[in-house]
Design a binder for this molecule. Sequence first.
Ligand code: CU
Length: 311
Amino acid sequence: MLFSSTTLIRYYLFGIRKSIIYNNNYSEKGFLMSTSINFKKLAAYSLTSTVMITAGQAALAHTRLQSPIILEGTRVYNAEVIGHGCHNPQTNTNSTPIRGTSVVFPDATATVTSKPYGSAASVEATPAGAVSDWISGAGEGYNKKIYSSELFTTEGQKSNANGNVVGYWTGGGGELPGINYVGVIPFRTDAITINPESCARTVTFVIAIGDICELTDTNGFSDETVNLWTPRVGSNYDGIGLHGENSPATLKVVRNITGTAATLTTTAVAANPLPASCGEGLDITITPTAEQLNRDMPAVGPDGAQIWPRQ
Ligand SMILES: [Cu+2]
C-alpha cells in the first residue's frame, strides 16, 4: 500500500509524539503498538533525512505547558504554549492561524491509574481509586486562568457544579499566526500537596486542549479546522486520525521527598518522605473522563450561548 508524502510525515510526527508521551509517562498501549508498525512502514519507504528533521522540529511544537513538571507545594505561574496553527492544504504547512483555544483540567471525577515509579510507557497502568486518595484538598480546581487579552479579546472560566474551576476558553479579536510564532496563554496552578500517607511519587494531570482555527460543529473537526490535544477517552473530542490524536498536554507534580533548604530569598520546605512500605513509590495519572470532556470542552459565551463547537 502506497502512502502520500503527507501521510508519511504525519506518521513520523506520531512517532516523535510517542517519545514525548513517554517522557511524560503518559501511555496508551494500542497507540504505541500502531506507532511501531508505522515506523516499519516508514523505514520501507525511506524518507530523506532532511524531510524527517523538519518534521521532527514541527512535532516538538505541539501545544504543551510552559512548565509541564512542577514541585508539590509550590504555586506556579504557568501557561498553555501553542506551537503551531492548523494544516493549510494550499501550502501543506500548519500556517492557518489559531483564533481561539479551549482547555479542560480533570475534575474530581477523573480516572486515576498507577504504575511503579519510573515505569516505561509500555508498562500497563492499573486502576488507582480516586483523585483525593493521592492529593490533598478537593481533587479539582487547582488551575485558574490569568485574565488577559494579550492574544484574544474574549475569555471565560469554566466551573463545575461544585463551583470549582475546571478549565477556560479564550478567543476572538485577533489571531495567532500559524507558523514562526508561539502563543502563550497564562494560567496559575495552586500549590498542590501529595497526600503524605500515600505512595504517590508523582501525580500527572492529563489536560485536554482544542486550538481552534475555524468554528465548526464536531462533524467539522479536521486538521484544517482544529488541533485537538486530548486523551483518547471516547469523548466527542478524541479527534481520531487527526494530527494531535491521543497526545494531550500534561502537568506532572513531583513529591518533595527530600525537602528544600532555605535560600537567601526563600524559606525551607519540610520533606514529604514516602512511607517506608512504599518502596520507590508510584507514578499516578489523572485523566478526565469522556463525560467531563463532553460537558466542559465547549466554549460558552457570557450570554450562555455555545460558541464552539457550533451546534
Ligand atoms: Cu504538532
